[in-house]
Design a protein. Structure first.
Lengths: 116, 113
């Protein structure tokens, strides 16, 4: 069974569209994350949720909105897609307390978003 | 802004060689240091998480050390094998950022048979 899954794996869309990426973890973890791998292959944190509550919200355009319906899911919705949004987006989860990232993070397979 | 620096950026070694990489991070308000192994077309996989100054961890031929006072960690690979070829990422949780892991740019290791 996949521990952290993301759908879709590939997403090709036109500029201006709205799209969502879904993430689910079956590890029973309390904390979930979204990372963006930029053009230089650098992993940057976007958001983090702990027990459905937003913990980290980095300087991300407000076109990006995470939603956590329950602690096993953290979806990423992107409005008005722009060319610069093209990247690989990774979801991750960990069993971390509210005090800090002390435990290893388990990453999903990534979603390659291409905006044309 | 938390800076996590890794060196070297890339490394080519021969099968059987031992090698090591460096990760440096701010030592103030340190919480944890993570090492991940990232193979091409896969997702990062955790190797170690270290929290205490002087920590040493080992997994097979790979080991890591941590110095929180001076802000660095070393990752060692003994007797490199071609399957060790990957990008090795370190990530620090410090500077009062709690959950936020700041990743370095990684060291790309290529082990030639």
């Amino acid at each position: 069974d996949t521990a952290v899954s993301q759908t879709p794996k590939y997403l090709v869309t036109q500029m201006g569209n709205d799209k969502s990426i879904k993430c689910e973890q079956n590890l029973g973890h309390d904390t979930m994350y979204w990372y963006k791998q930029d053009s230089k292959k650098f992993l940057k944190i976007m958001f983090s949720y702990n027990n459905k509550e937003l913990i980290i919200n980095e300087t991300v355009p407000n076109r990006f909105s995470p939603k956590s319906p329950d602690k096993a899911h953290l979806n990423l919705h992107i409005n008005s897609l722009e060319l610069g949004d093209s990247a690989v987006y990774f979801c991750a989860s960990s069993q971390d307390p509210p005090t800090g990232a002390y435990n290893e993070q388990f990453f999903g397979p990534g979603t390659r978003l291409t905006v044309l | 802004i938390l800076n996590v620096e890794q060196s070297p950026q890339s490394l080519h070694v021969q099968e059987g060689d031992s090698t090591n990489f460096t990760c440096s991070f701010p030592s103030s308000n340190f919480y944890a240091l993570h090492w991940y192994r990232w193979e091409t077309a896969k997702s990062p996989e955790a190797l170690f998480v270290m929290t205490l100054n002087g920590d040493e961890k080992k997994k097979g031929r790979i080991s890591a050390t941590l110095n929180t006072k001076e802000g660095y960690s070393y990752l060692y690979i003994k007797g490199s094998q071609p399957e060790d070829s990957a990008t090795y990422l370190c990530a620090a949780n410090s500077g009062g950022s709690n959950y936020k892991l700041t990743f370095g740019k990684g060291t790309l290791l290529t082990v030639n048979p």
